[in-house]
Ligand binder design. Structure first.
Ligand code: NAD
Length: 301
């Protein structure tokens, strides 16, 4: 008999993840506060639950992909109280990007009830969710992470065990803080070259074969017209939104404060993305994060 998954949060990421789990043969029961998200999930082969309690009844796995930690803590503990509703044998996998402290709290509360729970935030964006090639950064007991692989292999290409509860979240914010830093460095370098008469495509080619080579330059060039198929070449539409990068940098700054870590480059990146996000209202916040290039100049400048 097919194993049952209760899936909470069928948005941009959760929707395609749930659809891929249906394709992999799981019975997926969807719960979301937005009727349109639930309808899309039903169209993709999920069943719909009328309540959180109904969703987790008989579920072997519970997966959540929610906007933030307050919502995740509310779903599992303070609000709907899933930890008191799930089957004792269920394995809980929270894939939302939240503060490590939220994941640890959920992990501790689950442990008190003898329920298995891990944090498993992802990298790879909507494209990775659709293609089933996400990277999962898991925090929790090794045995629980191994048990989660039964599900995660169908929606991810790489599954890492980062450490104890909350460690998945720390791995995720370290990665994204570094991503923000090298994206900004790449954007300002390209503009410096352009301002001094260089063709950004030629400069990119040179730096790709030199010591400035990095992922942003190689896979995600922020300068319009240099690379096909990236957000910079379609008006920065689609991709990883500025507001999500800003959220992750905020979580990185919170973690740095808690651990008294020095993160000067991350702090500057956080400020710059904050300025960039606020520069153009909602539309700006929804652009891809490589649009930080605009802060340094425009091609027609
Ligand atoms: P989204 O806003 O598209 O989806 C979130 C969904 O959760 C919505 O459908 C919303 O209605 C639902 N929801 C809210 N509260 C709920 C509740 N109490 N019960 C059930 N459903 C509830 O967001 P998204 O882009 O899918 O992002 C989800 C998570 O994934 C976030 O934590 C985000 O940081 C992370 N993430 C997103 C991306 C990306 O590129 N979008 C990449 C990596 C990680």
């Amino acid at each position: 008999m097919a194993k049952k998954i209760a899936f909470f949060g069928l948005g941009n990421m959760g929707g395609p993840m749930a659809a891929n789990l249906v394709k992999a043969g799981f019975e997926v029961c969807a719960f979301d506060l937005q009727a349109a998200s639930v309808q899309k999930a039903v169209d993709d082969g999920c069943s719909a639950a009328a309540s959180e309690k109904e969703a987790v009844a008989g579920a072997d796995f519970v997966i959540s992909m929610l906007p933030n930690g307050a919502i995740a803590e509310s779903l599992y503990i303070d609000g709907a109280g899933l930890l008191d509703l799930v089957e004792p044998s269920a394995l809980l996998i929270d894939c939302s990007t939240v503060a490590a402290s939220s994941s640890r709290r959920i992990g501790e509360e689950a442990k008190k009830r003898n329920i298995r729970a891990i944090d498993a935030p992802v990298s790879g964006g909507v494209g990775g969710a659709q293609a089933g090639t996400l990277a999962f950064m898991c925090g929790g007991e090794g045995a629980d992470v191994d048990a989660a692989r039964e599900v995660l292999v169908h929606i991810g290409a790489n599954i890492f065990h980062a450490g104890a509860s909350g460690a998945g979240q720390i791995a995720k914010i370290c990665n994204n803080m570094l991503l923000a830093v090298h994206m900004i460095g790449t954007a300002e370098s390209l503009q410096l070259g352009v301002d001094n008469g260089l063709d950004p495509a030629v400069l990119s080619e040179i730096m790709l074969k030199s010591s400035g080579c990095n992922w942003s330059l190689e896979k995600y060039n922020p300068y319009p017209g240099v690379m096909d198929g990236v957000p910079a070449s379609r008006g920065y539409e689609g991709g990883f939104m500025v507001k999500l990068m800003q959220k992750d940098l905020g979580l990185a700054m919170e973690a740095a404060l808690a651990s008294k870590s020095s993160t000067p480059m991350g702090a500057l990146a956080n400020s710059l993305y904050g300025l960039h996000e606020n520069a153009g209202g909602d539309k700006q916040a929804d652009l891809d994060f490589s649009s930080i290039q605009q802060m340094f100049g425009q091609p027609e400048d």
